[in-house]
Ligand binder design. Structure first.
Ligand code: GFB
Length: 312
């Protein structure tokens, strides 16, 4: 990737897209094509085609997606499958049609079977049944992988696919219902602290295990792979370390300084019991994460307080 190349980050206002843009800017890249979702509905094939025809990007990071935590995935299944299929179909097809030099497609660790062997190697893809709460989202992401791979096979397109683990960081979604667990617990414990509540609620049993990666690390890995990796096979991006939701709750409780009790609402779904990625392929290519979870949680709590909370 040369500094003068035209770069299109689909989803540049979201948590992932904005982190990729920050990383590229820090490295000295300046030639970005920015278009917001208000200006361009990526689900509209004609508009996406017109956009590519007009701007002719050299490199594309496909970070635009409909995303959400377990509740959103489970309750808006139609939106999750439709929006994601449309967005990725339009962008991948236009990238091929208008001869983009290289495209990076972001998938998700939920593409792997619910009971995959741990840590999950890339070879586990399509080797078992998916987790029902996010099956439509996972099917859309699997379709995106297969589309990139098929365009490589048939047309020689240099489209690569990366599978990040659960992410957190600046510009995350803190909505009570649609957020992922880490930002959800930051907000719940913070609100419980400032309202002097005796307890804060955590969904499920607390037993599922998750791996968390700071989005700045993800962005660094994406740029690294965009520069170095040119193969058909998918690549996991994670830390190779996971903790239980109960342990995460305890970490966030102490970071926030909430002194009450944690209540586990067992009526809420647990989702996949564990999804720890095998990151040996990425490590062997020469990349490793830098931000540990405790320092990452501390920095996003500061960010949360600055942006969303006026009272302490
Ligand atoms: O982060 P999360 O929504 O996503 O939930 P998944 C992880 C775990 O945390 C589940 C529990 O066991 C939740 O029940 N949890 C506890 C909570 N308290 C809360 C809370 O207040 N909010 C939330 N959201 N969870 C998503 C997929 O699965 O992960 C997506 O649905 C995507 O497709 C994403 O892959 C990365 O890890 O379960």
């Amino acid at each position: 990737m040369n500094f003068s190349d035209k770069i299109y980050i689909a989803g540049h206002n979201g948590m992932v897209g904005s982190a990729i843009k920050r990383k590229l800017q820090n490295l000295g890249y300046t030639n970005f094509i920015d278009v917001s979702s208000k200006e361009l509905d990526l689900r509209n094939q004609q508009k996406v085609d017109d956009f590519f025809k007009r701007h002719l990007p050299d490199y594309v990071f496909l970070a635009a997606a409909k995303v959400g935590g377990i509740f959103a995935n489970n309750n808006f299944k139609g939106d999750f499958i439709y929006d994601n299929l449309m967005i990725q179909n339009n962008i991948i097809n236009s990238a091929h049609h208008y001869k983009v030099k290289k495209l990076l497609f972001l998938g998700s660790s939920c593409i792997y079977p619910k009971y995959a062997n741990q840590p999950i190697n890339e070879s586990e893809l399509l080797d078992g049944k998916l987790e029902p709460t996010n099956e439509p989202y996972a099917i859309a992401k699997i379709a995106g992988i297969k589309m990139c791979q098929s365009y490589r096979d048939q047309f020689g397109a240099n489209f690569i696919c990366v599978m990040p683990t659960n992410l957190y960081g600046p510009n995350d979604n803190y909505d009570h219902k649609s957020s992922h667990v880490l930002p959800a617990l930051i907000r719940k414990f913070h609100e419980a602290k400032i309202s002097n509540s005796s307890r804060a609620e955590v969904w499920g049993s607390g037993n599922p295990k998750r791996e968390f990666l700071h989005v700045d690390d993800l962005a660094a890995a994406c740029v690294f792979l965009m520069k170095k990796y040119n193969e058909k096979e998918i690549v996991n991006i994670g830390t190779g370390l996971d903790i239980s939701i109960k342990e995460l709750a305890l970490l966030i409780k102490s970071t926030v300084g909430f002194n009450g009790e944690i209540y586990f609402d067992k009526e809420k779904p647990d989702g996949t019991p564990r999804k720890l990625l095998d990151v040996s392929k990425l490590n062997n290519l020469g990349w490793k994460h830098k931000i540990n979870l405790a320092e990452g949680v501390e920095s996003v709590y500061e960010d949360y307080k600055e942006k969303y909370s006026l009272q302490e």
